[in-house]
Design a protein. Structure first.
Length: 327
């Protein structure tokens, strides 16, 4: 908007009784956010509260109920209902397990934070000065929670249909890309399913260390299966570090499985070579035996003729030897 357009808009907002309890500088921002999300609130106080982080009201005991945490609680349930309904109707052939996996991905903090970032939600948040300085407007946990609070505010102000339309337009529109993207893969769920199916146990996650200041933490998490460590991951939150550890464990298990399969193939090949050598020896013995069997037997007359020839050759060699001695 140009400066003139902003000025005219501010004059209109002053006359709009919806904004009577909201300061002038805040009105213009909220009005801008309404246009961004395509929802016009009957009661803008609800929208304003949905964007109010607890750090903004921290220490003000009388105003703690004004943070967006209660709306976040409500919005989480509304989001879950709408997503479940959408998946149930869209995938009639999928079973409960598949639908649960897709739903957990769609409503994950990672996806909600990305959607919130795309609409620039962080710009409109009410945060403490310290939270702003530490990068709170871009922190995934804060903007993802605020997204759920906005959904709760829309539900309270306009009802379930408006909330459903917002969720479909802003979150479910990219469902195919979300489910195909490796970035959004729920590695913890995959590891849990694999381990429970093959070993009947649960992966155990443990935080090994925390590094950095409160506003920029780095968590290191190990995941163990039956008491043995299979993966280690890092992240800016415990959940992120656990996902990283689960991914490392899956890669570890895949490598071990590949090595085991390779060893089995090598063993089978060696066995075939040994069996082939033994079979070759047996075959040669059978060939010799068949050769003897094929050697023809002589008739009695033929046998007598051969004996006569052999005797004649013997007398010839004997006479030839005496001649040499006389010479």
């Amino acid at each position: 908007m140009t400066p003139i357009q902003k000025f005219i808009s501010s004059l209109r907002l002053k006359k709009d009784t919806r904004w009577k309890d909201i300061p002038n500088d805040r009105r213009s921002l909220l009005h801008e956010f309404e246009r961004e999300i395509g929802v016009r609130f009957k009661n803008p106080d609800l929208l304003n509260q949905s964007l109010m982080h607890r750090s903004y009201v921290h220490g003000k005991s009388a105003d703690r109920g004004l943070s967006n945490e209660r709306m976040e609680f409500l919005g989480d349930s509304v989001l879950g209902l709408v997503v479940n309904e959408y998946l149930y109707n869209r995938y009639p052939d999928r079973d409960e397990g598949d639908l649960t996996k897709i739903k957990s991905l769609v409503v994950s903090r990672q996806v909600l934070a990305k959607k919130a970032e795309e609409m620039g939600l962080g710009k409109y948040l009410l945060l403490s000065a310290g939270e702003v300085e530490s990068g709170g407007r871009k922190r995934s946990s804060i903007i993802a929670d605020a997204m759920e609070a906005v959904i709760g505010a829309i539900y309270l102000d306009r009802g379930i249909e408006a909330a459903r339309e917002f969720i479909r337009r802003e979150i479910l529109v990219g469902l195919h890309e979300i489910t195909r993207s490796e970035e959004h893969t729920n590695y913890k769920s995959l590891l849990q399913e694999l381990v429970q199916g093959s070993r009947k146990v649960h992966p155990v996650y443990r935080v090994q260390s925390e590094r950095g200041p409160d506003h920029d933490k780095q968590f290191i998490v190990d995941v163990s299966i039956s008491g043995k460590m299979y993966g280690r991951g890092t992240g800016k939150s415990k959940k992120e570090a656990e996902q990283s550890a689960a991914k490392a464990a899956l890669e570890n298990l895949a490598e071990r499985d590949s090595a085991a399969r390779g060893a089995q193939r090598a063993g089978r090949d060696a066995g075939r070579e040994r069996d082939g050598g033994r079979d070759g020896g047996r075959e040669r013995e059978r060939e010799r035996a068949r050769g003897k069997e094929r050697e023809p037997e002589l008739e009695p007359a033929q046998e007598g003729q051969r004996a006569h020839r052999e005797g004649h050759r013997g007398r010839h060699r004997e006479r030839h030897g005496r001649v040499r001695q006389t010479g």
